[in-house]
Design a protein around this ligand. Structure first.
Ligand code: SAH
Ligand code: SF4
Ligand code: F3S
Length: 439
């Protein structure tokens, strides 16, 4: 028997891409590929790219350039670009970097096996369409391979909201939800393979409206159905849009036993003037009221968010509104970014904020956010929480896992607890983690 072919995938960007990379590996697994961690061994290299960062495309081109030597040594090596830069740049990638054999957009991963075959015949393969069929349907997973205790499951993709700064509606296309039975089948399959925690993914996951036998299901209803799967212990979802938090979903945070007390709910800015210019379709007060209702349903819920500072025309006063909103909400974890221009989006055409000013605001915001994050983490000391153990720690006899609130927790515990949830009393809070003891 010949050696299996090796696949090296490098993943950038969001969890959606992490999930997609797993699906691409499965699709090519059907063609005899196994994954490798070193590009030097690979018969195929795939870059699963993200378009969010500044000069994202330029960075992909320079990364690709570095494979020149490898390709010269190994003419059979195939190089592919996937993800959001592939979607945005399409054919241009092959024109600018002739090393590239394959360009595949996020909607077309099920076509990878055919595309790979085409490259093996010496042709280039390009697919950045938005096809109608469910791309996941084609990605039959390999026979019940054992998995780690946590997994992502994409339930929704794309976005119709067109925030003025964002490329997602252009790169990921219109909002699409996967049908309920497909999601539940995939979830049961994951649980059979050892998964105990599933994070439902979508660019606007709470806008989920997948087809069920009796009409469209909401995300809340989907979560309740997942709650009934034996062996599944934890459910999370990300990322949510404030306008799509319906009453049932808020209520589920109080009532659904397996739904974890953590919610990623980006607001982007605390200034009504800027929110309007961002086309966010919610304002500061509606967001604050929403947080209140969520906390009424689940008082200890940990809220996380995303912020953009230095959005075109943002003044110091607008920025102070953001700081003020942060003070009111008290976030447990946040991602904050300096606005960066995405060609083709409405905000790209507007007067930009001075870069040094924007950097200064980002620093001030991050100082506040990390102080809050630390305060909420410290407040866990003395509490008993569930921890799902994921791996062994650096010290002898130590396991590491994530708490219900998604804090990293270190505990002295027997390795037989790996992959299980145990109750842990938190005894100390360190820079980026908690220490606990089994109860
Ligand atoms: N759908 C999610 C977020 C998707 S993009 C939502 O609506 O919140 C992930 C994050 O990247 C965004 O929340 C935003 O904070 C950041 N981001 C997106 N475009 C950006 C840009 N042009 N400049 C800086 N940050 C950006
Ligand atoms: Fe982008 Fe999120 Fe806005 Fe959609 S809702 S356009 S994904 S930031
Ligand atoms: Fe990036 Fe695409 Fe995700 S642009 S954040 S990889 S949807």
């Amino acid at each position: 028997m010949s050696e299996p072919k090796k696949l090296y995938i490098k993943t950038y960007g969001c969890q959606m891409n992490v999930y997609d990379s797993e699906r691409m590996a499965e699709a090519l697994g059907g063609k005899g590929y196994v994954e490798t961690q070193t590009p030097e061994d690979a018969d195929m290299i795939l870059l699963n790219t993200c378009h969010i960062r500044e000069k994202a495309a330029e960075k992909v081109y320079s990364e690709l350039g570095r494979f020149k030597g490898l390709k010269a040594e190994k003419p059979d090596l195939k190089i592919g670009v996937a993800g959001c830069v592939a979607q945005a740049e399409g054919e241009e990638i092959m024109r600018r970097q002739p090393l590239v054999d394959l360009v595949v957009g996020p909607q077309s991963y099920h076509r990878l096996p055919e595309m790979e075959a085409k490259t093996r015949q010496g042709a280039k393969a390009l697919d950045t369409d938005f096809p109608e069929e469910d791309k996941f349907e084609h990605l039959k997973s390999r026979p019940k391979a054992k998995r780690g205790p946590t997994a992502f499951l994409t339930v929704q993709e794309g976005c119709d909201k067109f925030c003025a700064f964002c490329v997602v509606p252009y790169t990921r296309g219109a909002e699409v939800s996967r049908p309920v039975d497909r999601v539940l089948t995939e979830a049961r399959d994951l649980v059979e393979r050892g998964v105990r925690e599933i994070t439902l993914l979508g660019q606007n996951v709470n806008a989920y409206h997948g087809a069920g036998a009796d009409g469209d299901w909401s995300l809340a209803r989907l979560i309740w159905a997942l709650n009934d799967i034996d062996g599944l212990e934890r459910i999370r979802f990300t990322t949510s849009h404030p306008n799509d938090m319906d009453d049932d979903l808020i209520a589920a945070h109080g009532d659904c036993p397996k739904l974890m007390p953590y919610l990623h709910l980006p607001v982007q800015s605390g200034s009504n003037r800027i929110l309007k210019r961002m086309n966010r379709s919610h304002d500061r007060d509606s967001y604050l009221r929403l947080i209140e209702r969520i906390r009424a349903a689940r008082p200890d819920i940990l809220i996380s968010g995303d912020f953009i500072v230095g959005f075109p025309e943002e003044t110091e006063e607008d920025f102070r509104d953001t700081l003020d909103l942060v003070e009111q909400v008290k976030y447990g974890q946040c991602y904050s970014f300096k606005y960066s221009t995405r060609p083709g989006t409405p905000a790209a055409e507007r007067p930009q904020v001075d870069d040094a000013e924007a950097s200064d605001r980002l620093q001030r915001l991050q100082a506040l956010l990390s102080r809050q994050q630390r305060e909420l983490q410290d407040a866990m000391v003395g509490r008993t929480v569930g921890v799902l153990f994921e791996k062994t720690g650096r010290l002898d006899g130590q396991l590491v896992g994530k708490s219900d609130h998604l804090h990293a927790v270190y505990v002295q515990a027997d390795a037989s607890l790996l992959g299980q949830v145990a109750q842990v009393k938190i005894v100390e809070s360190n820079t980026n983690s908690l220490g606990g003891v089994l109860v």
